[in-house]
Design a protein around this ligand. Structure first.
Ligand SMILES: [Zn+2]
Length: 367
């Protein structure tokens, strides 16, 4: 399973897909699903949906991960061909200067570029430790004039992502562009394949590869409104806190196994987060114990996923964020461990199989 997961993740990380421009990632996922015999649908937002029907007496599940990645949109092209951008999503501006990027004019060839970084020899002492903000940066594609840039198809609004790259590190670790959340997409594919290959007796499972999470966290809401699941499980990163700079943040170890989030909250601008449904926490704890899979725990302020909005739909959707430890979130290269992805796949498969008729989502049961 790990080889297939690694191949899927690698392929997915090499496809650019800024929020709102996920079409190429979606096409790849649809093709993979069709190979498995599934018939994916794509809604008007661009969410890719595949349903594996199950026992109607068990609560239905929406299992989802987002296809989009953060980056930039072209804001202005200077006469000399240098390009100014707006930030799209939570780009780490500290990690931005001198990075390679890829501009993706729709329907035309991708154009590589480089974020300028002032020559170190000419940097003054007060410039040395100042971080440029995204609206200040300039991208050089080498064209040399506005006309030549425009002839390459680049216009105001053209999406820009960090140059898609993958680095296979030692020990089963993998670094790449948009591990967040192509790793989730790859795990979701692995689970869909596994379910499609069996005579599935568990609950109905709606797989959703969602859009625009890094933009406004609400692309998946459109799919959930139509699918009306009783349970929503979202697969995304968990902040690894096993490096010296993150040690105070928690106990999440890269390579230490999959995780569940017991509390997420985003206080900056968006008052939202997820305190998970206790029945789902119990389900994952018991399943992990039975399968002898270590299960890590996360409680973090400053983190938010699209699940926050789905939990409040209809009469309420029982929700849980599940995921994999990841380092350097929202930098040009992010890092995860294949063993965590493999264990997350097995854990989720076992948890889905344990959702049987009578699986109670009642809040009246004792703690
Ligand atoms: Zn994400």
């Amino acid at each position: 399973m790990t080889d297939r997961l690694r191949a899927d993740l690698t392929a997915l990380m090499l496809i650019p897909g800024l929020s709102g421009h996920e079409e190429r990632v979606a096409a790849h996922i649809r093709a993979a699903l069709r190979e498995t015999g599934l018939a994916p649908q794509t809604d008007r937002m661009g969410n890719v949906i595949a349903t594996i029907p199950g026992d109607p007496a068990a609560p239905s599940v929406m299992l989802f991960a987002h296809m989009d990645q953060l980056g930039f949109f072209v804001r202005r092209i200077e006469a000399d061909g240098l390009i100014r951008v707006e930030r799209m999503g939570g780009v780490s501006e500290r990690a931005m200067a001198a990075q390679a990027v890829l501009l993706c004019p729709p329907g035309q060839d991708d154009v590589p570029g480089l974020i300028l970084n002032k020559a170190h020899h000419a940097t003054t002492p007060d410039e040395k430790y100042r971080v440029l903000t995204a609206p200040e940066i300039l991208i050089d594609t080498g064209h040399g004039s506005k006309q030549a840039v425009e002839a390459a198809g680049i216009r105001i609004g053209t999406p820009v992502v960090y140059l898609p790259r993958v680095l296979d590190l030692a020990g089963g670790r993998i670094a790449g562009t948009s591990v967040d959340d192509r790793a989730g997409c790859a795990v979701l594919l692995a689970i869909a394949r596994a379910l499609a290959a069996t005579d599935w007796q568990g609950p109905t499972v709606h797989f959703v590869w969602s859009v625009q999470e890094e933009f406004n966290l609400r692309g998946a809401v459109v799919a959930a409104q139509v699918l009306q699941p009783e349970i929503a499980l979202q697969i995304d990163l968990m902040l690894a806190s096993d490096t010296p700079d993150m040690a105070q943040r928690g106990e999440m170890v890269l390579g230490g196994g999959p995780g569940i989030s017991l509390y997420s909250f985003h206080g900056r601008g968006t008052l939202n987060g997820v305190i998970p449904h206790p029945a789902l926490v119990r389900l994952f704890e018991e399943t992990a114990a039975k399968a002898a899979i270590p299960l890590q725990r996360s409680a973090q302020v400053g983190v938010l996923t699209d699940l926050s909005y789905i939990q409040m739909l209809g009469a309420g959707v029982a929700s849980l964020d599940i995921g994999f430890p990841m380092r350097h979130s929202h930098s040009a290269l992010e890092c995860c461990d294949m063993a965590d992805l493999e264990a997350l796949t097995r854990l989720t498969l076992a948890a889905l199989a344990a959702i049987r008729p009578g699986f109670s989502l009642s809040r009246e049961a004792g703690p």
